[in-house]
Design a protein around this ligand. Sequence first.
Ligand SMILES: [Zn+2]
Length: 192
Amino acid sequence: MKFISHLARTVFFVQVFMVTLSACNGAQSKTVTQNSKVMTDKQHPANPYYSRTDTTSLTLSDAVWKEVLSPELYEVARHGSTEQAFSGKYWDYEGRGSYHCAACGNRLFRSDAKFVTTCGWPSFFEAVRPNSVLYRKDSSFGMERTEVVCGRCKAHLGHVFDDGPPPTGKRFCMNSIALEFDQDKASPKKRP
Ligand SMILES: [Zn+2]
């Protein structure tokens, strides 16, 4: 009888231990989910490599990029995905300022070079400086295109075509998610 009682107590403690263990697992997975959500929702994810002033070349592993970018930006910037037309926040945006690389902060385009298109992606006729973007030949999907990547971190931004307006005739067709807009500061009012 005493043995049975001891056995029952042991089984009880094992059960309590198992329940506690599964509760810990549950709490742990919940924390991971919350962290992922925070990174996805924040406009400026916690990215220690992001800088709007540093233009030196940035070479990071794919694993690091996956950690510091939101899943949506990571897919476009590092895997060359394309956002759906008319789904991005900048295709018809008209604010005055600069567009930076969303992955590393590098300045890419000025709003002065943005023009109205019906293609559904933000389009520019020139980059802010010659080396702010780089070009790669892209033969995917049976097409011959020129891919545009960030001059600092090599993030995929979009493609450039020869059907743009003057003065360059170029159309830099970009993914909104790969860009971050920085509005110009209002110039101080002059004293009368
Ligand atoms: Zn970049």
